[in-house]
Design a protein around this ligand. Sequence first.
Ligand code: FEO
Length: 411
Amino acid sequence: MYCVEEIKNGIYWMGCNDFRTELFERIFPIPEGITYNSYFIDDEKTCVLDAMDKSCRDEFLENVEHLLHGRKLDYFVLQHMEPDHASSALALIEKYPDVKIIGQPQTFKLFEQFFRHPCPNNYVSVKEGDQLALGKHTLQFIKAPMVHWPEVIMSYDLTDKMLFSADAFGMFGTTGNVYADQVDFEENYLDPARRYYVNIVGKFGPQVVNVLKKASGIPIDVICPLHGVVFRTPETIQYIVKKYQHWAQYVPEKKGVVIAFSSIYGNTERAACVLAHKLSQQGIHDVRLYDVAKIHPSYITAKAWEYSHLVLAAPTYNLNLFLPMESFLHDLKTLLFQKRKIAIIANHSWASAAYKTMVDYVEDQFKCCELIEPALDMKSSLCDDQECIVDEMALRIAEDIKAYPDPETLI
Ligand code: FEO
């Protein structure tokens, strides 16, 4: 049995669901697995676009052999050298030693760094706008640096207006379907797609914006990413492109608040919950509470990307900000989190460090973020005298959310 499907006119999807890997890149939990896609073009010349993670190597090679029907493989477009796609590239080349490998000079440099197996006679270096004629189909190459490695190219089939988008428009999770229009994408896959984008590509928003600008100048009927589902209808393409416009410009999708807290003995947690309740009483819907010591930060960073406002609540520990919160804030900073309104609840018993550290992140380390006053630095637990500060904080946050522009107008 082969996991292949003709998308259009001799262009095939070859997919593999990986349920075995627990941590993608050994850091991101993927309880529902991840897909790797590669593509095959059956034309006067045969062409494979990208390989797969080595966990799917056998299946990948079997699918290619099946689709070749005994023909030779002419071209292998290596759009991205990251091992979740390229770790079976050498196996493909060893099986088809005459194949021409299409990439950028940096692709081949990375290929040799990973495999220590130079194949200079196979390399065909391409640059922006170069074309590869396969017969009915002609591929045109689009440079997409840092989406999400420097050597990335996307490929555009001029005949069927299909964009092979590399990592862009991919997602965590697996599906038994090939196409976005066959699943309830918003219900089941938007969160995994956002978490994938934010944590894998989120740091490179300006580069994604550049690629989106290039893509807006060409008609696209199908988007074929390297992870997740294929987008083949105008509705699903418009939907995911719009999400990318929000995400890449660091513009929230929703007016609302995420409360990210950490708590050693439950007192900071209690203050966070009191604030959440007061926000609810102020008419704020869908207040999201996350314990950063318990939930993997990749889920919370993605939620912070989605909502307009963020509250940070954490104690001092060993004269520093409690490490789970420090780690979460470090992640946000690394991902270039920006353009948000942020409120702070700190806690300490004898020496205060959490408050200053969180304020420093918001005011000096994050880009274009603004502190909502008043902030609260409580001592050990929330006392009655300080409840009025939480009331005021809830009021200010609620007013700010209500006055926040419709996120649709910001892209
Ligand atoms: Fe799916 Fe950047 O690799």
